[in-house]
Design a binder for this molecule. Structure first.
Ligand code: UDP
Length: 336
């Protein structure tokens, strides 16, 4: 094992986007060290680098990792990320997402680690006033989840001015797809996202999918979202890290493809990819779902030289479909 590679601490590295990012880091010039409490992540998803089980609400655990592994930077994914749950139980969200991050930042200061790439979200914008959404768009999140992410973005900016922290907040649009080599993929319990739900129906695990709302002010009446492949997201984390390495300040980037698909278009694409009928039923709109979310990701393309690969939705769904079939065939490997 080459221990001379610079270590990057990846909190939440056992989760969906975190695990794909670890693979990307490992293939570049880094050694990921994953810190994850496995509340939603999976031990099997940590395949690249060292695993430490621990929680950001335990500062002594973070300090121990810093001392033992001496990371040069932190990529911070660990957070709770269910909008509905955040409305019902905001205390857990503020404690995990805000207090946990402050503990991490304190430890970084104690151990002189001055670079962080942070998992933020387009949910920090709230109801968009402008499409595509640029980074300068006003941020008025409409649920506690989005507000916890915005608080952290603001803390990073303040820590940048006062303590010289270099940070990049990456505002994700709709992450989807799976590693095309089949090493890892999405597995949420409960599964709330559209694409994996559609594929679960195609695989016979679920009877149908409910379309949330048909009367939106869009062409076919269903919500439009900007779906981005998880490996394209992972690549942007690597590029953001390298930008901080070479200079820095406080940066924010939208990560989306700059184009949208309606729920009905995603359903059609999933039917085409799987060759299955995928029954759907019409249901009520989900509270807090804006009609249209599309990124203006020009900044990431220009400043990070980010070149996402998955421009169309079908190849993206194909990777998720391959992964689900693989996971069902090898259930024993993905039991934890
Ligand atoms: N959606 C749906 N049925 C579902 C899950 C999602 O109609 O079972 C819709 C949802 O209202 C949104 C889009 O699909 O417009 C994407 O939802 P998802 O939960 O995948 O991501 P989000 O946009 O909430 O982050």
């Amino acid at each position: 094992m080459s221990d001379s590679k610079p270590v990057v601490l990846v909190t939440g590295g056992a989760g969906y986007i975190g695990s794909h990012t670890c693979k990307t880091l490992k293939r570049a010039r880094y050694r990921p060290v994953v810190l994850d409490n496995l509340s939603t992540g999976h031990r099997w998803a940590v395949k690249w680098g060292t695993f430490v089980k621990g929680d950001l609400l335990m500062p002594e655990v973070i300090d121990r990792v810093m001392i033992e592994h001496q990371p040069i930077a932190v990529i911070h994914f660990a957070a709770l990320a269910y909008v509905g749950e955040s409305v019902r139980d905001p205390q857990r969200y503020y404690r995990n997402n805000v207090v946990g991050t402050l503990n991490l930042l304190d430890s970084m200061r104690r151990h002189k680690v001055d670079k962080m790439v942070f998992s933020s979200t387009c949910a920090t914008y709230g109801e968009p006033r402008l499409i595509p959404i640029p980074e300068a768009h006003p941020q008025f999140p409409i649920n506690p989840y989005g507000r916890t992410k915005l608080v952290v973005e603001q803390a990073l900016r303040d820590y940048g001015s006062a303590y010289g922290l270099k940070s990049a907040s990456l505002r994700y649009f709709n992450a989807a797809g799976a590693d095309p080599q089949g090493d890892i993929g999405e597995l949420h319990e409960p599964e709330t996202h559209l694409i994996p739900r559609l594929l679960e129906v195609a695989a016979g695990l679920r009877e149908n999918v409910t379309v949330f709302g048909q009367d939106y002010d869009t062409e076919d009446g269903t919500c439009i979202r900007d779906y981005i492949h998880v490996n394209d997201l992972a690549q942007a984390h690597l590029l953001a890290l390298e930008t901080l390495d070479g200079g820095g300040g406080t940066q924010t980037y939208n990560l989306g493809m700059g184009r949208g698909y309606s729920v009905r278009q995603v359903i059609d694409a999933a039917r085409k990819v799987t060759g299955k009928e995928i029954p759907v039923v019409d249901g009520a709109a989900r509270p807090g779902d804006p009609p249209k979310l599309i990124a203006d990701a020009t900044r990431a393309r220009n400043r990070l030289r980010w070149e996402p690969e998955y421009l169309e939705i079908e190849p993206l769904i194909e990777t998720a479909w391959q992964w689900l079939q693989h996971r069902l065939k090898h259930k024993e490997k993905y039991a934890d």
